[in-house]
Design a protein. Structure first.
Length: 157
């Protein structure tokens, strides 16, 4: 099934939501392993807040680059073309690092693993919004037009 540009942005957003929710779910066993009620409160709030800030201020630039890339793709395109080819090996490394982190520190430092998972999951969820904001602009723009900057389209008068 081939996609239009706006569908590519929605797919990218959906993938971030899926990955973010999966990481939040993965954080729960490590969060439950925390002994102190204070840490049980601080880890998700601190990790979630720092992650959301990262999503808004850091990952937004990554989303912008992907949206710019989507705006130049000829329609229709395959779903795996949403991200550049270099993204997929990086994704494999990130997954392997997460698994390694879980096995290396999960038993001895569950707060570290839970905090990182809450933070990364929150960052992905926050960044997913920018794809959805860019999707309408991608639907209206031809391939040669100025790409959307992750901003909603201006209302028509």
């Amino acid at each position: 099934m081939k996609l239009r540009r706006s569908q590519g942005a929605v797919l990218a957003s959906g993938l971030l939501v899926f990955a973010g929710c999966m990481l939040l779910w993965r954080a729960l066993p490590f969060w439950r392993a925390l002994d102190s009620a204070v840490w049980r409160a601080l880890v998700p709030v601190g990790g979630g807040l720092l992650g959301a800030l990262k999503g808004v201020f850091v990952l937004r630039r990554t989303v912008r680059r992907t949206v710019e890339r989507l705006s130049t793709l000829p329609e229709p395109f395959w779903p795996w073309q949403v991200y550049p080819p270099a993204f997929y090996p990086l994704l494999a490394v990130m997954i392997a690092a997460g698994v390694g982190l879980r096995y290396a520190f999960g038993a001895s430092a569950p707060g570290l693993v839970a905090g990182l998972y809450f933070g990364i999951g929150s960052a992905l969820l926050a960044a997913s919004v920018f794809y959805l904001r860019a999707a309408p602009g991608l639907a209206a723009a031809p391939a040669s037009a100025e790409p959307s900057r992750c901003e909603p389209p201006a209302p028509s008068a």
